[in-house]
Design a protein around this ligand. Structure first.
Ligand code: IPE
Ligand code: IPE
Ligand code: MG
Length: 248
């Protein structure tokens, strides 16, 4: 069911970002280990990726592991890393077949060599996908994203290739892992916070919070979020009357 008009003014958000929260509580509520929730969460990822591509979303950015998640018990971090490598190897062919380009956003240097290889292989295999871009945010932090962008700009300035006075917002955005503004930010699992996700890119996003735990999230939930998005009036600082006139 492809819907028309993806983009800031359209009914289908061009860039959807999701904070996939609630795996641990999903498992604990069933008397299971937290890792069982992460495994079930990986199944939800597959459903939602497929649903988003069908709806005509252009970019889907999923928060899989934050730069703060290293603070979890070593056993949980280890299990998450293993699950991530397995999922990459299992899903990459399906992504390729569906025209979906996978990219990892975040600092990959901290991952094991074999996980880094699995990431690079999945990225290379799917690089030609044009139907949808799937960004997996892993070891990602919004502040770190900005800090690294500033470092790169500073290096260019020091090399004489940049005049600070002529620097634009687009120049800074271009240095981020993902420069595109988020149209719709979804957080599952009941919390109402951003947890250091795409700080710059969410400056004007519509924010959708749901109590549904991530492993229970599927196509009907994504559709509900997208329908809610379509009902929002995005004013970008203008008045409602201006928006309806379509002028300035
Ligand atoms: C989100 O689920 C997945 C990751 C952060 C890796 P959680 O593991 O945070 O689940 P809760 O919030 O403890 O239920
Ligand atoms: C945010 O979830 C990060 C991911 C979904 C990967 P957390 O569960 O880690 O967030 P906080 O720490 O409760 O805000
Ligand atoms: Mg959580």
């Amino acid at each position: 069911m492809a819907r028309p008009e993806a983009g800031p003014g359209g009914r289908i958000p061009h860039h959807v970002a999701i904070i996939m929260d609630g795996n641990g509580r999903w498992a604990q509520g069933r008397g299971m280990m937290r890792v069982a929730g992460h495994r079930e969460g990986a199944r939800a990822v597959r459903r939602v990726v497929e649903a988003a591509a069908r709806m005509g979303v252009g970019i889907l950015t999923l928060f899989a592991f934050s730069s703060e998640n290293w603070n979890r018990p070593g056993s949980e971090v280890g299990a998450l890393m293993r699950l991530f490598a397995v999922a990459l190897r299992r899903e990459r062919q399906g992504l390729l077949d569906n025209g979906i380009r996978l990219r990892l956003i975040g600092r990959r240097e901290r991952f094991s060599d074999s996980l880094q290889r699995a990431i690079a292989q999945a990225e290379e295999l799917t690089a030609g996908g044009t139907r949808m871009t799937l960004n997996i945010a892993a070891n990602y932090g919004g502040r770190l994203d900005l800090l690294e962008a500033v470092r790169r700009l500073e290096r260019r300035r020091a090399a004489g290739g940049l005049d600070p006075e002529s620097l634009t917002e687009s120049d800074l955005a271009a240095e981020l892992y993902e420069p595109t503004d988020v149209d719709l930010l979804i957080r599952t699992g009941g919390e109402r916070r951003i947890s250091n996700f795409l700080l710059w890119q969410c400056a004007y996003s519509e924010l959708y919070f749901t109590d549904t735990l991530w492993p229970d999230f599927g196509e009907p939930d994504l559709s509900a979020a997208v329908d809610w998005y379509a009902s929002r009036e995005r004013r970008f600082g203008r008045t409602s009357a201006q928006v309806h006139e379509g002028g300035d």
